[in-house]
Unconditional design. Sequence first.
Lengths: 69, 245
Amino acid sequence: MKVLRAVLGEVLGLFVDDGRLALLTALLIGGVSLLVKVLALPGLWGGALLLIGCLAILASSLAQARPRR
Amino acid sequence: MTATALIPTMTAAFLGAFVEVVEAFTIVLAVAITRGWRPALIGSGAALALLVVLVLIFGPLFSLIPLKALQFVIGALLILFGMRWLRKAILRASGYLPLHDEAAAFARETDALARQASERRADLLAGLAAFKAVLLEGVEVVFIVIAVGTAHGLTLYAGIGALAAVIVVLAIGAALHRPLSRVPENALKFAVGLMLTSFGVFWTGEGLGAHWPGADLSLLGILAVFAVFSFAAVARLKRTPGVTG
């Protein structure tokens, strides 16, 4: 049972480490999908937004990191 | 199939699997040296068998999903997976997080197994440690192979890349008979994080209907953007006062 829980935890951990990073990334993907599918934003613009959004989220996450002492 | 799709796919699968197999090898070797090869091989074999069963069960399901939806889902998961690796690799490269140390992991595992040596179930616990290590790292390898291979129908080639990594690690490990602590794990994770995030953006975009300029060549452009950003981030973080390097 312990092993199973560890495996499930590991599978979740594949995608979620910094919870804020994962949440913002999921919101970005969802938001861009809505813009493309509902508001008919061209797919290439959606892809470009995705790229810029990922860089912004990564920058924000790194800016919050604290150095080890 | 084009070289611009094939080479990054096989490289990402090889490097991703290499890092994971090195980590699993450290634990299996600790088990083998502390309790003998029998529990190490039984534990590892059982984990590999379970992984094969999981692939056989879930693998065919992917063929039922329409390509665009598959590219979107796999792409989104790759972005989440890749960004996690990339963030950690940037923080490690800039001294914000300690580097992963295989020698220390080996010492920790050997110590834990030695403390269990007097228990009646010592061999079982050692076998379980090998099972868990191979299963957990194996799940990541399977995900990487499926993720980088499926969306372009290159799963076989991604699998060959991963298998090559397994063979290389086992060959080096068998020759050295000690943990592969001199492998530049963070540099490899940095490269894999860059590749997986780039694959993720590319495929999610394709899943949303983007016709990237230059088709597969765009993947290299996206990779270059992430690489420039990441190296700049490392340089900037290294200048922060208080970084112990």
